[in-house]
Each structure stands twice: as structure tokens, then as C-alpha cells.
Design a protein around this ligand. Structure first.
Ligand SMILES: Nc1ncnc2c1ncn2[C@@H]1O[C@H](COP(=O)(O)OP(=O)(O)O)[C@@H](O)[C@H]1O
Ligand SMILES: O=C(CO)[C@@H](O)[C@H](O)COP(=O)(O)O
Length: 468
């Protein structure tokens, strides 16, 4: 049996799957935790990857490996290939005002969507680079190359032999703010704009199924890898009409599409998928950790939180889940809010229900936005850690207003990376046809009144915290 491995270096942890290259059957898997925080020395990711690989029984018998990872993270390397400063992650919001400055410098949001399909927000790599240029100019001066988490980890696996061997792919490059998924080309003028005239080396953009190198350990072929959301879409074999909703640390709504969105509101980014198509995508800063926070507040575990949420209606209680500020809508300084407390709804059940509904309403806004831009939204495929919640699964169709298919619990980002590795190994024109995971389909009656109530309360959170 020929084996391939897929790696997901995500925000909270690293996951490894080893699969049969031909059928996709799972052979073994492993995982390891990442440190918390939004500023992380990439060496921690390399260490966690090694630990997760060991947990998966090693990769000595594997013929190809691909890495999927959290998008946008800024990794700056000096001329010797050493990390200049800790990476700033997608959910680090210190670059919010740098994003606004960058928008102005190019002549407004429409100029950015026309250039690269993306309007900078704090998450976008270009905004982080502008922050670096303005706040740590010495570090910016020492930066000889800039890359993303999956680029760097792939490079580490290859032995990290020279900056000119760094590679990326279209999917992850499209999240930088200096690559256009429509033209498949870097806009180095925008990199230079971000870094106030500096123009470090960028990774070469490899083709979707290219072998970009060999693992320095046992010589396994290395696939190009991609961003986590493109990898998940590849694992799910998402088709026209499928909307992938991922509830991980982030909340993500995306769709594989032939449509290149042009959304000057900046909510839908024109990212690329891992097969050569487009991946219009919205991302929130507040995914499953909203449920973690409510479970902690109520002193229960996730299973009990779900039971509580399903035990009562919200009855006027609304939770706006902007606990980490928010990216979509773009309110980096916003805070979470609970609105509509009465004597009768001041119970753990009502609070749990409001948390689940608030999280889902934010994602439903995203689905509406995609639909508005002409993307078909026939059904939702729900993945990520939050999809393990029974309350999320049962309430999602009522809030989203479409059927929700929940594939069996799994590591879909790592699976997409493994499928890419098998594709690279095969040399075929298309990715291998792997047997799909079985999915449970949830349906329900739409509850527009919950969305309406959420929308009015959401507008009360204008982005400026009242206190501190
Ligand atoms: N049964 C569950 N119900 C709700 N949330 C869960 C459940 N199991 C895990 N989670 C949450 O899912 C998140 C991890 O999901 P994951 O998709 O792996 O995130 P990431 O890819 O961002 O690292 C954590 O915040 C975790 O607490
Ligand atoms: O910023 C984005 C997408 O634009 C996030 O989706 C990150 O890619 C992190 O994802 P998770 O850790 O939540 O899976």
C-alpha cells in the first residue's frame, strides 16, 4: 500500500493523518498542541509538527507529504534563513490601523479589490508587514524573505536549504494582500507599499499538484501545501452549491467557485482554492472559542453546554460573540455583548442557547453575503471542532435556512493536505477520487426572527468598547 501524509498546522494544534494514497482510507493519525497567543515563534510549530508526527507513528513509510496551515501568519526571515521575530498570526489585531492606512495609501477599498480581490484588515499579511515597517523598522530592514506558516513548515521538512527554495501555493498566497487569485501573480508593488519601499523575497508559487521538493529525512515527495481553508475544501470535494462552514478558532464561510468576487465592502475575500479555482471566503475572529468561553462561564463541558442550549429557546436573549474583537464585520476593537436579560431568561439554558445562536447568526450573515455576490448556497458542509457540538449541528439549519451536512468527525484540513500529497505523487491531471466521509444531514425550519433580533443587537456594538 502506498501511503501519504497530510499535516494541519492550525491555530490551536498540529494534526497529522496518514492515508492510503489510492483509496484515502485512514491508516493512522497523531496530534500535538500549539502554545496559546497571537504571536508565536514558528519553532513551536515545527516542534509540535515533530511531536504530532511521532504520535502518528512516524512518516518513514510515507511516499508524499503536504502541509496545510492557518492562513496569513507573517513569518519574516533574515538572509541566513533565521526567523527575525515571532510570527504574527491571522488573529493578531495590532495591525488594524495599519490596514486602514494601507487602504488609504492605494486610494481606497475598491482599488484593493480591483488589484488583489482583498481589502486589508488586521488579519491580512500585508497589514502585518505595514505594522512591522512602522513599529519595528530594524526588523523590517533585516527581513530578506517573507513567508506563511505552511510555506515555512514545508521548507523545514525539505531541510531549509536557502531562501530561494521557499515555495507556496495559490491558495495561501491569495491571503497575503500582495497576490491576485484572478491573475495568479504577485503584486510586488503592494508588498513594497506595505513595507514602505522594502521588497523581500517571496516564495515561488508552485502549481496545485507540483512536487516542490523532498523531505530531508527519508526523501518523501513534498506537495505544495496550502492554506487550511483551501485544504478543507479539497478534502470535502466541495462542488458548486456547497458552502463550507468551518468552526475552528475562526468561523469561516467559503465556497469553491468559478466566480471571482469583487467585494469592496471587504467582507468576502477573493482567495484561491487548491485546484486552480476560486475560494470566495469570509472569516470571523470568533469561532468555537465562543463556546469554550460560555462552557467555562457556566462551569460545564461541551456536551453539557449543548444539552443546555437545546433545553430552552433563547426567548429574547441575544449574545453578540465579538469576544476577540471582530474581523467580519470589521470591528477589531469590539467586545462581546449579552442583550435582553429578563428574570425569565436568566438561566444557564438561555445563556447557552444565546451563545450557540450568536455564533451561528454571525456565520449566517456570511452565507447571505456570499449569496448576494452570486455564489450558489444550496447546502452547508459543516466542519471544525465546533461541528462536534450537537447544539451547533441541530440549530445550524434553522439559523442558516439551508440543509446542513456534517461529515463524520475528522481532521479535514489534514485530509485535504493528504489528498494533495497523493495527487502530487500520482502526476495525474485531477486529484484522486477518494471515498467520501459519510455525513449526517440536519434540516430544520428557518427562524428569521432570531436573525432579525441578532442583527439589531449587533448594530449596538459599534466597535468602541465603552470601558477600557
Ligand atoms: N464538542 C465540542 N463542542 C464545541 N466545541 C468543541 C467541541 N470539541 C472541540 N471544540 C472546540 O473546537 C476548537 C478546536 O477546533 P479546531 O477545528 O481543531 O481548531 P483550530 O483548527 O483553529 O485549531 C477548540 O476551541 C475546542 O474547544
Ligand atoms: O484567517 C483565516 C482565514 O482567512 C483563518 O481561517 C485561519 O486560517 C485560521 O483557521 P482555524 O485555525 O480557525 O482553522
Amino acid at each position: 500500500m502506498t501511503l501519504v501524509a497530510g499535516i494541519d498546522s492550525s491555530t490551536q494544534s498540529c494534526k497529522v493523518v496518514v492515508r492510503d494514497a489510492e483509496t484515502g482510507a485512514l491508516v493512522r493519525s497523531g496530534r500535538a498542541k500549539h502554545p496559546p497567543g497571537t504571536e508565536v515563534d514558528p519553532q513551536h510549530w515545527a516542534d509540535a509538527m515533530a511531536e504530532a508526527v511521532a504520535d502518528a507513528g512516524g512518516l518513514d513509510d510515507v511516499d508524499a507529504i503536504s502541509v496545510g496551515a492557518q492562513q496569513h501568519g507573517m513569518i519574516c526571515l533574515d538572509a541566513e534563513g533565521s526567523v527575525v521575530r515571532p510570527a504574527l498570526l491571522w488573529n493578531d489585531t495590532r495591525s488594524a490601523s495599519s490596514a486602514t492606512d494601507l487602504i488609504d495609501d492605494l486610494g481606497g477599498a475598491q482599488a484593493w479589490t480591483d488589484a488583489v480581490g482583498v481589502v486589508p484588515v488586521a488579519a491580512i499579511t500585508a497589514a502585518k508587514l505595514r505594522w512591522l515597517a512602522d513599529n519595528e523598522p530594524d526588523a523590517a530592514d533585516r527581513t530578506a524573505a517573507v513567508c506563511l506558516p505552511h510555506d515555512w513548515l514545508t521548507w523545514q521538512l525539505s531541510g531549509a536549504t536557502g531562501l530561494d527554495t521557499l515555495t507556496t501555493d495559490r491558495g495561501d498566497a491569495s491571503g497575503t494582500g500582495y497576490f491576485s487569485a484572478a491573475t495568479n501573480a504577485y503584486r510586488t508593488d503592494l508588498l513594497s507599499l506595505a513595507l514602505r519601499g522594502r521588497e523581500p523575497l517571496l516564495p515561488r508559487v508552485a502549481g496545485p499538484s507540483e512536487v516542490v521538493g523532498r523531505a530531508s529525512s527519508k526523501g518523501a515527495a513534498l506537495g505544495p501545501g496550502t492554506g487550511d481553508n483551501a485544504a478543507a475544501a479539497l478534502a470535502l470535494d466541495a462542488r458548486d452549491g456547497d458552502v463550507v462552514v468551518s468552526i475552528g478558532t475562526s468561523g469561516v464561510v467559503s465556497a469553491v467557485s468559478t466566480v471571482t468576487p469583487n467585494d469592496a465592502s471587504g467582507e468576502v475575500a477573493a482567495f484561491a482554492d487548491a485546484t486552480g479555482r476560486q475560494l470566495p471566503l469570509l472569516c470571523t475572529l470568533n469561532g468555537a472559542p465562543v463556546l469554550d468561553a460560555m462552557a467555562k462561564l457556566l462551569g460545564v463541558d461541551h456536551a453539557r453546554l449543548a444539552e443546555l442550549a437545546l433545553s430552552s429557546a433563547s426567548e429574547g436573549l441575544v449574545l453578540v460573540p465579538f469576544l476577540e474583537g471582530e474581523r467580519t464585520p470589521n470591528r477589531p476593537a469590539a467586545t462581546g455583548a449579552i442583550h435582553g436579560l429578563r428574570q425569565h431568561n436568566s438561566t444557564p439554558g438561555h445563556l447557552a442557547r444565546a451563545a450557540v445562536e450568536g455564533l451561528l447568526c454571525g456565520l449566517a450573515d456570511g452565507i447571505d453575503r456570499l449569496r448576494h455576490l452570486g455564489v450558489r448556497t444550496d447546502r452547508v458542509l459543516l466542519v471544525g471542532g465546533g461541528a462536534r457540538s450537537r447544539a451547533i449541528c441541530e440549530l445550524a439549519p434553522t439559523i442558516f435556512g439551508v440543509p446542513v451536512a456534517v461529515p463524520e468527525p475528522g481532521e479535514y484540513v489534514a485530509d485535504g493536505a493528504a489528498r494533495q500529497a497523493a495527487w502530487a505523487l500520482s502526476g495525474d491531471a485531477e486529484p484522486p477520487s477518494w471515498t467520501h466521509a459519510t455525513a449526517t444531514v440536519y434540516e430544520g425550519v428557518a427562524t428569521p426572527e432570531i436573525r432579525d433580533r441578532y442583527s439589531s443587537v449587533r448594530e449596538l456594538t459599534d466597535g468602541s468598547p465603552l470601558l477600557g
